[in-house]
Design a protein around this ligand. Sequence first.
Ligand code: TMP
Length: 224
Amino acid sequence: MRLFISFEGVEGSGKTTQVEMLHNYLVEMRISVLKTREPGGTALGDRLRPILLEHSDAPCCPLSELFLYAAARAQLVKEVIAPALDHHTVVISDRYVDSTVAYQGYARGLDISLIERLNRSATNGCMPHLTVLLDTDPEVGLNRISSRALTLLGCGKDRLESESLHFHRQVRKGYQILADRNPDRFFVVNGRRNKEDIHQQIKHELIRRYPESFPLPIPARNAG
Ligand code: TMP
């Protein structure tokens, strides 16, 4: 089947865990599936990721940041996402175009229509059929990240995670506006629920939307 699912959310919203859980579920169902992430997923994207996320002495202005994310995305679509969809492999991406609108648009303040045009060119119009938004209070997400950073000694917050609470609130607001404007594509989940609950909600949404591809488990028959 031709199905492209993206996951979005503020820092620490739990989307990477959900990507992993959905990927495992589809593998169990013997559905051909590929998971990827942004920025990354290609040799070029993996080289751009540290440039975008690590703290550095080299300044990176908002426009440079925007173009670097767009470059990583153009490569990912051409090299990975479009060929996989053509082969009827389900694609799950940890972040995609909406991240740029939320972060570089609503939070950094760059022109949203410029971002939308750039996104369209970089992706050649390739849009997710379903976008799962893990809607989480940024304070909660950032606290999760801080405790993770403390656990993995020496692993502090990255360049974007270190932005102000106001910045992250703008990101969340941006996502909420996007979800309101695209109700058919977005599925909004409360990111404070436990991870198993969230996974079940996402599975049910897939079954609701694509009953032929994700049939309900057949209830076991009573013996006798
Ligand atoms: P993550 O993979 O851990 O979520 O890190 C990616 C970071 O990059 C995260 O802080 C969000 C940010 N980002 C943007 O600012 N714009 C984008 O277009 C994308 C894909 C990510």
